[in-house]
Each structure stands twice: as structure tokens, then as C-alpha cells.
Design a protein around this ligand. Structure first.
Ligand code: ADP
Ligand code: MG
Length: 221
């Protein structure tokens, strides 16, 4: 579902390019999950952005759903993001002017792929039924993240990319949000790449890798 092959990425610094990813490879099969850990600034979000076709590699290859991103133009990348890849961020990124129900169905509707029974089931399973008519500012952090997870899964993505999704939540709501997310991801058969600081959360996924000095190492967690 996701293959990253010998990827290099650097950013322009004041005195020349600053390397961030220095030959990174990984493979994620459909339905499998991978936890990515690493110090702040090690390049975790950069790697996720490359997998999401939000940014481009300097060299190497990113393949999503058997499509090499290098073969796509801007509109091809936008199409891939819209139909096959969902993201969940630490900052939730809900649309303030839309209700909970509207936020949940937004991406699926934009993709022309709104399955109302499935959206209804997600709303129920994530405990959002009573909150459907509220607006994001009227929700707790844990509730906002449950809306973001429902929105991400509503279009049944092939690949879910989550960047420290529980980083802004307290321990109790982090644990329950993570349990729900992992359970629903397994049901959809999506592949999951999850960035986390928590080794306890990382241990709940199929594989664990650690990013340091631009390279990935397998964790023996
Ligand atoms: P992490 O998510 O692991 O904390 P990031 O991928 O966000 O790390 O960042 C890795 C490094 O790349 C950091 O040193 C950061 O400052 C730098 N960086 C990230 N995005 C940009 C950008 N758009 N332009 C320049 N430098 C960037
Ligand atoms: Mg980051």
C-alpha cells in the first residue's frame, strides 16, 4: 500500500541544503500498521508529508496504492490524496464553521464517496451522536480528535497517515481515542503509518521504526 524506497530529502538552509531524510526505505502492506518514533526535528512529519503526496522527494521513490508519485502531476497528486489517503494531525484541523456532522462527511463528499451508512456507523462508534450539531469550538480535545478520525475514515482510505494524533490529549482520552482509531482502521483494512512519542502506543502497532540522523532503524519493542 505504501512503499518508500531510498528517499532523500533536504530543505534549503542559510548555508546550503540541510539533509533531513538520508536514504529512507519502508514498506507497509494493506491492513498493516507501522509506528514511527524519533526526536523532535528528526524528520517524521517530513516523511509523512512525502507519503501524503504533499511534498516531493529529492531522490528515491514513493509508491502509494501501486502508483509511483513521481508519475503524477499536481492534479494527479490531488486526486490520490482525495481518494486514497487520509490524514489525522495533532491539531485536529477541523473546519470551525462546520458542524460535527458536516466535518465528518466533508472529505467523503468532496471525493464523491459519501457512504451514509458507514458515516452513521462511524458517528455512533466514535460516540459522536449527541455532538453532531455542535461546532468544533464546543468540543473537548478528545472529542475533536474523534471527529477528525471519523472524517479521515469516512472515505475508507487505503492509507491513513496520523501525525501524533494524541499529542494534545491527556493520557486517559489519548488511550481511548487510540483504541477506537486502531479498531476502526483494522475494520477498514487501511494501512496505517502513525507518528507517536509514546512507546506504549507504538507497541500496539504491527511494526515499530525509529528515525534518527535521517535514517530508519527497526525498533525491537
Ligand atoms: P519532526 O516531525 O520529526 O519533528 P520535521 O519533519 O517537522 O520533524 O522537521 C525535520 C527538520 O526539517 C527540522 O529541522 C525542521 O526544522 C526542518 N523543516 C521541516 N519543514 C521544513 C520546511 N518547509 N522548510 C525548511 N525546513 C523544514
Ligand atoms: Mg512533526
Amino acid at each position: 500500500m505504501l512503499t518508500i524506497e531510498n528517499v532523500y530529502k533536504s530543505y534549503a538552509g542559510p548555508s546550503g541544503p540541510v539533509p533531513v531524510l538520508d536514504g529512507v526505505s519502508l514498506h507497509l502492506s494493506p491492513g498493516s500498521s507501522l509506528a514511527l518514533t524519533g526526536d523532535s526535528g528528526s524528520g517524521k512529519s517530513t516523511l509523512l508529508h512525502l507519503a501524503a503526496a504533499l511534498d516531493q522527494v529529492d531522490s528515491g521513490e514513493v509508491i502509494v496504492n501501486d502508483i509511483s508519485l513521481a508519475d503524477l502531476d499536481d492534479s494527479g497528486r490531488a486526486w490520490l490524496r482525495r481518494h486514497h489517503v487520509s490524514l489525522v494531525f495533532q491539531q485536529f484541523n477541523l473546519i470551525p464553521a462546520l458542524s460535527v456532522a458536516q466535518n465528518i462527511s466533508l472529505h467523503a463528499r468532496l471525493a464523491g464517496n459519501a457512504d451514509h451508512d458507514w458515516i452513521d456507523a462511524l458517528t455512533e462508534r466514535l460516540g459522536l451522536r449527541e455532538l453532531e450539531n455542535r461546532y468544533p469550538e464546543q468540543l473537548s480535545g478528545g472529542q475533536q480528535q474523534r471527529v477528525a478520525i471519523a472524517r479521515a475514515l469516512a472515505l475508507r482510505p487505503k492509507l491513513l497517515l496520523a501525525d501524533e494524533p494524541t499529542g494534545n490529549l491527556d493520557e486517559t482520552s489519548s488511550a481511548s481515542v487510540m483504541s477506537l482509531m486502531l479498531e476502526l482502521v483494522r475494520e477498514t483494512g487501511a494501512a496505517l503509518l502513525l507518528v507517536t512519542h509514546s512507546s506504549a502506543i507504538a507497541a500496539r502497532l504491527d511494526q515499530q521504526v525509529h528515525l534518527t540522523s535521517g535514517r530508519l532503524f527497526k525498533d525491537s519493542a
